[in-house]
Ligand binder design. Structure first.
Ligand SMILES: C[S@@+](CC[C@H](N)C(=O)[O-])C[C@H]1O[C@@H](n2cnc3c(N)ncnc32)[C@H](O)[C@@H]1O
Ligand code: SF4
Ligand code: SF4
Length: 394
């Protein structure tokens, strides 16, 4: 259908659907929306800042592009980097998925990660079946996993629907792995990863990547990690900085090893090119503060926790917008809390948000939870001073 005939049929639908005298103002306001915001993406943003859902109708194009569903907060590992002391162990109640059915239907990406190991969820296969019954898009599913429970069977279930599988390993050697990923067994995990890879169609194998959370105790292993990826048949490696969550751990932050870490990353980049492994890592002393960034997560992403609480991203600390299991998805996503955040990123975490501030900024190396605590001021000042001296010395 051409754009012109599509518009005509939309107009005639409105004429039939709306009472006389209402459709003309509606069409007039639709025209003014077009004047105000030229592109489709701008119109989407404009509408999402307003109470579009008042008539009980929620246009499909306004649902989140990325829906993240936490299936469980349980985990079979106790990684050094991961603070789990205050995590309430809980599984999603399967029937609650019905509450987010429209969001599932209209998402381009569904991320099944959350703060636990989603493959431990007892009804994981039923979740996939439910999602595919509503949305059978290619490349729909994205998972970040510790890799311990991967299998050829899972590969067959995901084939064709896999958008990305990120495997958090954080080590290249058995000894480091078993220390970093407590309760994990390097040999077993790598066997599961290989089973999974060999069950995937060729095209989907390219969507698997290895992830390494770097801190002062493991970053020297990054070049070996790139070799491990290549030897396993994985051709993308990402490195994330350890986000320190408890004050005493600040000494493990990469802020304490900037020059040496940069040198390892430079070696990693050269090695990646040589081995044909795409390698992504941030570095110190290269990023400039940008004043004009606009984070699009409040428009595009919705994180649903295991109990239905919702936040816009995984960097917002303790802030939550509402509960979709209690209130329904639409009343939260199109509701006041989200609209307010779309108009202005007013959260404390937004002012100092790890992905958007330069890598040199101490704020990029701590979790939003720690940044909310008073004790963080002292740590920030200390590293701020070290950063200034390091920059002056350059
Ligand atoms: C919380 S885990 C949950 C998914 C799964 N259990 C896993 O480990 O991949 C999601 C991601 O957060 C990363 N992560 C956990 N704690 C972190 C921290 N303190 N700093 C940076 N990344 C962290 C993990 O390595 C993983 O890639
Ligand atoms: S596997 Fe994931 S959720 Fe489990 S302890 Fe490690 S980082 Fe945390
Ligand atoms: S905390 Fe960061 S990612 Fe989250 S909404 Fe604010 S700016 Fe965006």
């Amino acid at each position: 259908m051409s754009a012109g005939s599509w518009k005509e049929s939309a107009k005639s639908f409105l004429r039939r659907a709306l009472p006389p005298g209402i459709h003309d103002p509606v069409l007039a306001s639709a025209r003014s929306i077009r004047d105000l915001a030229g592109s489709k993406a701008e119109r989407r943003k404009l509408l999402l800042r307003h109470p579009v859902c008042l008539l009980g109708y929620s246009p499909r194009g306004l649902y989140p592009k990325v829906l993240s569903l936490c299936l469980t907060t349980r985990c079979n590992l106790r990684c050094f980097i991961c603070r789990r002391e205050n995590v309430k162990v809980q599984d999603l109640r399967f029937e609650k998925l019905f509450k987010v059915r429209n969001a599932i239907r209209h998402a381009s990406t569904i991320d099944l990660t959350g703060w636990g190991e989603s493959l431990l969820y007892p009804q994981f296969e039923d979740v996939l079946a439910y999602i595919f019954s509503l949305n059978a898009r290619d490349d729909l599913i994205q998972i970040t996993s510790n890799g311990t429970l991967l299998s050829g069977r899972l590969a067959a279930l995901l084939a064709g629907h896999l958008g990305r599988m990120t495997l958090s390993l954080n080590a290249a050697k058995e000894e480091t792995y078993n220390r970093e990923m407590r309760h994990g067994d390097f040999g077993k995990t790598m066997r599961s990863v290989r089973d999974f890879l060999s069950g995937l169609p060729e095209a989907d194998r390219k969507k698997v990547l290895f992830h390494f959370v770097a801190h002062t105790g493991n970053f020297r292993e990054i070049p070996d990690f790139i070799r491990l990826a290549r030897d396993t048949g994985v051709f993308s490696v990402t490195v994330g900085q350890y986000l320190v969550d408890i004050a005493e751990h600040h000494r493990y932050s990469l802020l304490n090893a900037r020059e040496e870490y940069n040198a390892v990353i430079r070696d990693g980049e050269a090695l990646g090119r040589e081995l044909g492994v795409a390698f992504f890592a941030r570095r110190f002393f290269t990023e400039k503060a940008s004043s004009g960034f606009e984070c699009v997560d409040p428009y595009d992403v919705c994180f649903v926790e295991v109990d239905g609480q919702v936040g816009p991203c995984c960097f917002c600390g303790s802030y939550r917008i509402g509960n979709v299991f209690d209130s329904g998805f639409e009343s939260v996503w199109f509701g006041e809390g989200y609209r307010k955040l779309r108009k202005r990123r007013y959260l404390p975490a937004c002012r100092n948000c790890s992905p958007f501030i330069p890598f040199d900024d101490p704020g990029a190396h701590f979790t939003a939870y720690l940044k909310e605590k008073e004790e963080f001021c002292e740590i920030h000042d200390m590293y701020g001073e070290i950063t200034r001296s390091a920059k002056e010395a350059k």
